[in-house]
Design a protein around this ligand. Structure first.
Ligand code: ATP
Ligand code: MG
Length: 452
């Protein structure tokens, strides 16, 4: 993409309404625009990041054997009356009536809808296990929408639902989700720690939240610092192997890590003092096992291998796709702007032409641009008639992890400059070498690639 033809409405002033850094940078970098309280338009740069996060979520869900589909945002109240949640959910649910006076709602979550699909089509244990998921907009009429996309009213969420014959099979689905989530967040360059949590209005007995440590987080958490040393890395997991998944879950759930709702001071006190940590954190996902909570009242049963009708065991599993955009910025920025992890960056590399209009510089930039595109990379070429300082400031603000600077002096020596946004270090090399280096860097971040 050439910046002169793009839509990147960067703001010079710091918006007064934004209290936290991710919200400020998302507004300043022209990623979002508020449409109403807690409701945002995703401008092109923000949309790219949102889609990258969504893609990683899809890839990791499918890798775990979960099946994508799409359910609507608007739902009929009837199903929610069956489960008893139409009244129980409270004012966070946006309720509306259609022209015939029928009660409708904008889905805050989808347990009822998916259970209805299941009961209409699945009758036998032979069709299990089954995990269906979608990535769809949700609406929760939050009392205090704030912090931009972090606590919106309309937000984008991956929600998945597992259907299993019994508790053991459903607990395997729970473990499978935990493993796939660990891998998902790591691919986004995030450390999200699973912590024992409270189940809230979804209900159920077993639940973990995934939390990113950040001072601006709304959750209070207590953990053993040993857990922050764990890395998922490039493990090849057989998601059908119950013991393999359970072993990974044990690895991550053995060190103490809990939200304030489930915090146990006596257990916490047993951790050596130097490792006892208390922090703020951002919830970026949650997994639940809730057994037959929805299948019982809604009659979602299957025949088991003895021919008996039994209610199906379920769980639900969410990832806050739009919240993640903010959470990643909270975890990765400096005072000049965002620093995108390679896995989610909106463009792989920025090209800065130090002397736009100079025939040599323009030709070198065009050649580099074409070489990057031919290599399958996605560059953003700043081809505007702007001062070098302004170009650097824009690149730093929007946070592309790599920048190639092309100027007349370097060209004389046959080199361009490759700069890392994270370390600030620059290296001179030929254009070809810069393309090769970027191909190496991004090899692990291509669609479908294994995480680093
Ligand atoms: P919170 O406690 O932050 O209100 P929740 O526990 O009610 O969230 P879940 O039902 O667990 O949310 O939804 C799954 C994920 O969706 C959450 O982990 C979070 O990342 C995201 N999410 C929930 N509410 C919002 C919101 N208002 N804005 C943006 N993302 C949200
Ligand atoms: Mg939650």
């Amino acid at each position: 993409m050439r910046l002169s033809r793009y839509f990147l409405p960067v703001l010079k002033e710091t918006p007064a309404e934004a209290q936290i850094v991710s919200h400020r940078y998302m507004l300043r970098a022209g990623m979002i625009k508020q449409a109403a309280a807690g409701i945002y338009s995703w401008l092109p740069l923000g949309f790219r990041v949102l889609k990258n996060i969504e893609r990683i979520v899809h890839e990791e869900q499918m890798r775990a054997g979960h099946i994508p589909m799409l359910m609507p945002t608007l739902q009929s109240a009837d199903l929610w009356r069956e489960s008893g949640r139409f009244d129980a959910y409270g004012p966070e649910m946006l309720r509306l009536k259609d022209r015939h006076g029928r009660d409708m709602l904008y889905g805050p979550t989808n347990e009822e809808l998916i259970t209805d699909i299941f009961r209409a089509h699945v009758n036998s244990y032979k069709d299990l296990p089954l995990t269906l998921y979608h990535i769809q907009w949700k609406f929760r009429d939050e009392i205090r929408p704030r912090f931009g996309v972090m606590r919106g009213r309309e937000f984008y969420m991956k929600d998945g639902y597992n259907f299993d014959i019994d508790r053991d099979a459903a607990l395997h689905a729970y473990n499978r989700h935990m493993v796939s989530y660990l891998r998902t967040y790591e691919r986004m360059g995030l450390q999200a720690i699973p912590m024992r949590a409270d189940s809230g209005p979804i209900g159920g007995d077993d639940t973990h939240e995934f939390l990113v440590l950040a001072d601006t987080g709304e959750s209070e958490v207590f953990y053993d610092s040993a857990i922050t040393d764990l890395r998922f890395g490039d493990r090849q997991v057989n998601y059908d192997d119950r013991e393999e998944c359970a072993a990974i879950v044990r690895e991550w759930t053995t060190p103490y890590a809990r939200t304030d709702e489930t915090h146990d001071p006596a257990l916490f006190a047993e951790i050596p003092e130097a490792r006892r940590k208390r922090s703020r954190a951002i919830e970026v996902g949650q997994i639940f096992y809730f057994g037959t909570k929805y299948s019982d009242p809604m009659g979602a049963t299957v025949t088991n291998d003895k021919g008996e009708q039994v209610p199906v065991h379920m769980g639900s599993h969410g990832i806050g796709v739009s919240r993640l955009v903010g959470a990643i910025i909270e975890a990765s920025h400096d005072d000049k702007g965002i620093i995108w992890p390679e896995g989610v960056t909106p463009f792989h590399v920025g090209i800065v032409n130090l002397r736009q209009g100079d025939a040599g510089c323009d030709a070198a930039c065009e050649g580099l641009y074409a070489a990057l595109v031919a290599a399958g990379l996605d560059p953003l070429y700043d081809d505007r008639e702007e001062r070098a300082g302004a170009k650097f400031a824009t690149m730093d603000l929007i946070g592309l992890p790599w920048r190639i600077t092309v100027g007349p002096r370097g060209l004389k020596a046959g080199v361009v400059e490759l700069t890392s946004r994270r370390s600030g270090e620059s290296e001179e090399m030929s254009s070809e070498a810069a393309v090769d280096r970027l191909l190496e860097v991004y090899a692990a971040h291509r669609p479908g690639a294994a995480p680093v």
